[in-house]
Write a protein that binds this ligand. Sequence first.
Ligand SMILES: NC(=O)c1ccc[n+]([C@@H]2O[C@H](COP(=O)([O-])OP(=O)(O)OC[C@H]3O[C@@H](n4cnc5c(N)ncnc54)[C@H](OP(=O)(O)O)[C@@H]3O)[C@@H](O)[C@H]2O)c1
Length: 307
Amino acid sequence: MKIAWIGTGLMGAPMAARLAAAGHELHAWNRTGARVEPLQALGATVSPSAQAAIGAAGIVFTMLSDAAAIRATVLDPPAVALAGRTLVQMGTIGPQDSRDLAAAVEQSGGRYLEAPVLGSTPQAAAGELIVMAAGAQRVFDDVRPLLEVLGPEPRWLGAVGSASAMKLALNQLIAGLTASFALSLGLVRGLDVSVDEFMAILRRSALYAPTFDKKLARMLAADYARPNFSTAHLTKDVRLFLDAARPLGLQVQALEALTGLLDGAASRPQPEDYAALYAVIDPRHAGRGPGPQAAAVPAPRLEESGP
Ligand SMILES: NC(=O)c1ccc[n+]([C@@H]2O[C@H](COP(=O)([O-])OP(=O)(O)OC[C@H]3O[C@@H](n4cnc5c(N)ncnc54)[C@H](OP(=O)(O)O)[C@@H]3O)[C@@H](O)[C@H]2O)c1
C-alpha cells in the first residue's frame, strides 16, 4: 500500500513508524523536518512537501494539531489533488470541522474517514491505540487493515462526526478526572495527610481511575517536561467539547471553569504534559519535588499515558 503520512509529531511519528515497519511504502512529510527524518531509517521516503507525499500515495493519513492545520496542509494549497485518494484524519477535531473537511474532500473527488484515537505515545508505539472511525462503512472496510496496525480493534461508529464526538466525550473525562484528582491530592498534601494512604484507599475504591497512578509520579515530582499529551492540546479539546455541547443545552459551567485552569497550565513556559494542571491547582507544590512523605509512595508500575 502506498501511504502518505502528514504530521510526525508526538503521536504521528510512532504511528507512521508502525506502518513503515509493517512494510508499507510510506511517503512522510512534517512541517518541521527534523521530526520526520528518523522515519528514513525504517525505509520511509521523506517528502519535500505535503503535496509531494500525497501525490505519491493512494491513501493519505493526517495526524495534525487541529482542523486549521489540516486545511492548510492538505486542502488549501491548490497543487494538492485528493481526487481518487482517501484521506484518513486521525487528530482530535470537532464534529462539525470534520463534516466540513469531509465535504471538501468529497468535492475534490476524494473519500474521507475520520479516525481519532484514544491512547498516547506508548500505545501508539505498541500498536495499542483505541481507534474510533466514522464515515462510509465501505471506506472503513478498505482502510481497516491499516488501522489494525495502529490499534487492535478499530471501531466504526457511523456517519462522519460520530467518532470526533466520541473522542471529545472521552477527552472531557481526561480533563475532569485530572483536575479532580489534582484537587484532592492538593488537599491531602496541604494538610499533611499521608499520600501513600490516600492512594492505597483510592485504589481500593470505586472512585479509582488508572489515570491517577499514571499521572501521580509527575505531580509529586513537579515534572511536566517531555509531554505525552500537551496541555495545549487538552485545552483545545475542552474548547471543542464546549463548542459541541453548548448548542445541546448542556450545562457546561463546571467545564468552563476548568478552561481557566487549563489556560493557566498552558501558559507555563515550555510545552508540558497536561498533568501540569496540578501545578495550577496546587500552587504550593508547583515547582517543588516530592517531600519525604510523598517519596514513600510506591512508584506506579503503570506505564504513563495520556488520553
Ligand atoms: N499526544 C497524545 O497523547 C494524543 C493522543 C490522542 C490524540 N491526540 C491528538 O492528535 C493530534 C496530534 O497530537 P500530537 O500529540 O502528536 O501533537 P504534536 O506533537 O504537537 O504534533 C502536532 C503536529 O501537527 C503539525 N502542525 C501543527 N500546526 C501545523 C500547521 N499549521 N501546518 C502544518 N503542520 C502543523 C506539527 O508540525 P511541527 O512538528 O512542524 O510542529 C506536528 O506534526 C492532536 O489533535 C492531538 O489532540 C494526541
